[in-house]
Every structure is written in C-alpha cells, then in structure tokens.
Design a protein around this ligand. Sequence first.
Ligand SMILES: C[S@@+](CC[C@H](N)C(=O)[O-])C[C@H]1O[C@@H](n2cnc3c(N)ncnc32)[C@H](O)[C@@H]1O
Length: 302
Amino acid sequence: MFISSVRYLCGTYILTEDEHFGSFLFEVSFYTIIRTLSVNKGVNLYDGVAYDKSSQTQYTQGNKLVSNTNVFDDDSILDVGCGNGKTTIELFKKNRNVKIDAFDLSDSQIEIAVKNRNKNGISEKEINFFSYDAFDISYNDKYSLIFSNATLHWITKSEEMYTKIFKALKYGGRIAIHQGGKGSYYGLHEVVVHAIANLELTKYFENWEYPIFYPSKFEMENMLTKIGFTDINIESVKTDGKEYANLKENFMNASFHPYLDKLPSKYHEELKKEYLRVCESEMVDTYSHRLYIYAKKGYSAK
Ligand SMILES: C[S@@+](CC[C@H](N)C(=O)[O-])C[C@H]1O[C@@H](n2cnc3c(N)ncnc32)[C@H](O)[C@@H]1O
C-alpha cells in the first residue's frame, strides 16, 4: 500500500549513465529525473534569510569552483543565480580589480547579498547585485567570464539557457559553472517522497515531474559542443555526500522549493518536519553527483 502509493506519485525509473570512463546503473525506485518544458517563474522563491543560515553545502561547492577559476584584471564578470552573494564575494576576492554583475531571481536573496557585500567592505561599483531571471538575459558579447554556482539545473530549458550564456560571452570568453549531475541527491528526494506519502499528501503530486536539469557529463559535453563552446572540460564528481556535514538541512532549504510549490502553505512546515524525522529514523543515501564545467567561446590564451 505504501510502496504503491509512492510509485503512483513518482513512478519507477531506471537511470543509466554513460560516461567516458565506463558506465553504471542506478535503480531509482521513487524518483524520476525528467527535463520538463517549464522554467521557474512562479515557483516558491528561495528565502534569503533561511538560505544564508543553511547553505554550507552550496558554499563549499562554490569555493571549489572559485578555486579552479582564474580572474584577470581586465575581466568583465557575470554571476548567474548569485543567491546570498557569498560565493560571488569569494570570486571577487581573487582579484579586487574586477567588476562583477551578479543577479538572482529571489529579491530576498539579493537583499542578503547586499548585506553580505557591505559587511565585507565591498562597494556596489565592485559587485552590482540585482534581481533578475536568468532565462531573460539577452546580452551579446558582453562578459569575459560567466560564473554560476548551483543554479543552472533549475532552468529546465537547458539548451536555450546555455545558448543565452554563450551569446552573452565575448569572443575568447569563458564559463565556470557548477550544477547538479545525473542522479544527484536521489536518496534525499526519496526521503521527501516518503514524507509526502506518510502525510497522505500524494494527491497534490499526481502526474507531476520534479523540474530539474541533471545531465550526465556526456550529455553536458554534447550540448555545449552543439552550442559552439570550445575547450570543454567537465569534472564529474560522484560521492556519497558525506563530505557535506549539513547536506540534509541544506537540501531542505533549496531543493524543497518545487515540492512546496505544489502544496498549500499550511502543509509546508509539516512536510519539513516529517522529512527531518524520516532523515533521523532511516538510513539515508546522500549520493551526490556534481558537474564542474569549464569551456570557452572561440579561442584565447586565458
Ligand atoms: C542553490 S542557490 C545557489 C546560490 C549561489 N550561487 C551560491 O553559491 O550560494 C540557487 C539560486 O538560484 C536562483 N535561481 C533559480 N532560478 C533562477 C533563475 N531563473 N534566475 C536567476 N536565479 C535563479 C535561486 O533563487 C537561488 O538563489
């Protein structure tokens, strides 16, 4: 009864991943990873205050991306989906001669980002934070570096999104992007599905697919090649997630948004509570798969 109701909610899905260094198979019983045709307008937006308190995982991932990204004096930089701005600030600290434009869909994230910038004694001329939807960008040949941490998997029209980024780059410009890869956090999604079933809320999720773009390394390489990127270098990092001490809580403040968006607000806190209870009472698989993506538009020495 329990299993069938969960399967009714999300179906059974076999997830195969083919990569250059072999292939492997996950059987994911409760979670489908599907690309849908919508973008995230109208979703339950990130709460800046909650995210600032509980986003250590994303900050750790962002620091890895920053440490692998060169920042040159003459760089013009765009950060897509800057959140609370802490990763943007780390990028800026690599070379204080640059100017960064950084935007996020959530106004409350931007409010916190401005506070974090001010606390660090950085001016608006150095990092310009503003609210914007990534899918609306229409820049041409403007930036020499487009940076994005833990955001672009939210934009499910992925080829269009990455094409907009390509257009926004100057010739010789480059991207440094971290996003989720195929199967990431499937065990944590499984816990949410259990929690939804335990609370008898499955009716709100009938025929629904979780909106995320989690490609394999191979799929990402193909897409970037098709768009015209050169010098593509993608690091695919698959782990048990144990390196992220706060992953379960951080996941709740980020990946819960599409679930909450489907539920009447009176159930939001109940679902979070039940998720945390299930996390405590069961062995949770915190499998994580992240992609660190570097590529260029055209050719350059940088
Ligand atoms: C996990 S947070 C990462 C934030 C930040 N980059 C960091 O390193 O902490 C994902 C962010 O993507 C933003 N986001 C989601 N969809 C977006 C969109 N369409 N346009 C701009 N930002 C978006 C969310 O508001 C959220 O702040």
